[in-house]
Ligand binder design. Structure first.
Ligand SMILES: C[S@@+](CC[C@H](N)C(=O)[O-])C[C@H]1O[C@@H](n2cnc3c(N)ncnc32)[C@H](O)[C@@H]1O
Length: 251
């Protein structure tokens, strides 16, 4: 465990929903969540590490010396680090943005533990009012799902506008399947994944309630339509594990 300004990066287990709660508060990316976030995301998002590493590999293919890369909703910087590790031999700038002070404080300290973390700058900011530099790659890894659906097209439009020609956008999201039966099947598969990772039915159910009003999911078709509407000429799912997908779009 490492420490700075009393903000710790820990390997603590996520026990936030382990006990029966009298009242389930709406989920936020606060200190309690940030403290257990690595454990939480690895045990909750199928193939999280494979997707992060894949983003690093794609970044290496689409970025050259001088490239600027954004990791929007960077949390503790896992994707920024995967990209900087993959691009160790290239001179690039990686900018991680998040609107959670709890995440930002821990992220700045966490990335300083890695030699290749020097390429990364962490900025506190909100996706819905972004002021981006012209860039070669923008990533939102499981972030847009926390933005109000009404604001999502504008966020994508801003990302598109600030990408250089042939620039890439990678967006990972938990999605809904349009067919109800298939959707329920995917939800059950995901819950099984969480049970296999040690979460109880109580934890799964309480977390689901906490997320209900803040994590609004779209279908893959809705995401692809938004990308087309923004102007992306190509977009395709490059990774899928149950109802978790990652989409690559090219300007
Ligand atoms: C599920 S986490 C993303 C995980 C991270 N990208 C990774 O790969 O480890 C969602 C993150 O998005 C951030 N976030 C949510 N809404 C945001 C917004 N409107 N602007 C900026 N960050 C936001 C949260 O604070 C949180 O850190």
């Amino acid at each position: 465990m490492s420490k700075k300004n009393n903000k710790t990066i820990s390997n603590a287990n996520d026990l936030l929903y382990a006990q029966k709660l009298a009242k389930i508060d709406t989920f936020t990316f606060n200190d309690q969540v940030a403290d257990v976030f690595p454990d939480m995301i690895n045990r909750s998002v199928p193939s999280y590490q494979s997707i992060s590493e894949g983003i690093g590999k794609i970044a290496n293919m689409v970025c050259e010396d001088g490239s600027i890369i954004y990791d929007l909703g960077c949390s503790l910087g896992n994707v920024s680090l995967a990209i900087s590790k993959s691009l160790q031999n290239k001179n690039v700038d990686i900018i991680g943005v998040d609107n959670s002070r709890a995440m930002i404080e821990r992220c700045r300290h966490y990335i300083s533990n890695f030699s290749y973390g020097q390429k990364i700058k962490i900025v506190e900011g909100d996706l819905t009012c972004l002021d981006l530099l012209p860039n070669n790659l923008t990533v939102t890894n499981f972030t847009l799902q926390f933005v109000n659906p009404d604001a999502r097209q504008n966020v994508i439009n801003t990302i598109f506008k600030n990408l250089k020609p042939n620039g890439a956008f990678i967006m990972s999201e938990k999605v809904v399947f349009e067919d109800n039966n298939l959707n329920e099947l995917m939800i059950e598969l995901h819950h099984d994944f969480k049970r296999e990772n040690g979460y109880s039915d109580l934890e799964i159910s309480q977390k689901r309630t906490a997320l209900e009003s803040v994590m609004i999911l779209d279908s893959v078709d809705t995401h692809l339509s938004r990308l087309r509407a923004a102007g992306f000429k190509q977009s395709q799912v490059w990774y899928q594990h149950y109802n978790f997908v990652s989409i690559l779009a090219i300007k």
